[in-house]
Design a protein around this ligand. Structure first.
Ligand SMILES: [Zn+2]
Ligand SMILES: [Zn+2]
Length: 142
């Protein structure tokens, strides 16, 4: 199944599309996502960079990176969050909430060891990250 899904920032100055299907989707419980987003959990969808297109307002995008593997991008006008580039993974996390027309189908929880909001949905809970993403691959109880 493939389609193109539209999204935008909070004020609409920045618009983007994603096309196809994400490489992975789930929830991140890490303290960095929590602090940056001011929300207990980040619903993520990871895409190949060429699946993500900024269709409007690219000049309004601000970027902040605390680590070399996460370039967090937001709208300079409204402060709304858009996506995070993960150069080390070769993937872009477009927040599920940014692309409401895409049906988020979470497959796992990552960084659950840092969770402050436990979610009992039966999905795998990785202590940090899957092995293939450079993590321990350890799962923890819900
Ligand atoms: Zn905006
Ligand atoms: Zn995170």
């Amino acid at each position: 199944m493939s389609g193109t899904y539209k999204g935008s920032c909070f004020c609409g100055a920045v618009e983007l599309t994603v096309t196809g299907e994400p490489a992975a989707a789930g929830y991140c419980h890490c303290s960095s996502c929590r602090s940056w987003s001011a929300a207990p959990v980040n619903a993520f969808s990871l895409w190949k960079p060429d699946a993500v297109k900024i269709t409007k307002g690219a000049e309004n995008i601000g970027v902040y990176h605390r680590t070399e593997n996460s370039y967090r991008k937001f709208c300079r006008i409204c402060g709304g969050h858009l996506l995070t580039d993960h150069p080390g993974f070769g993937l872009v996390d477009v927040y599920a909430a940014t692309i409401p027309t895409y049906r988020h189908e979470p497959k796992l929880h990552v960084h659950y060891g840092e969770s402050v909001l436990h979610i009992k949905d039966g999905l795998p809970k990785m202590k940090d990250m899957p092995k293939e993403m450079g993590g321990s691959g350890v799962t923890v109880p819900e």
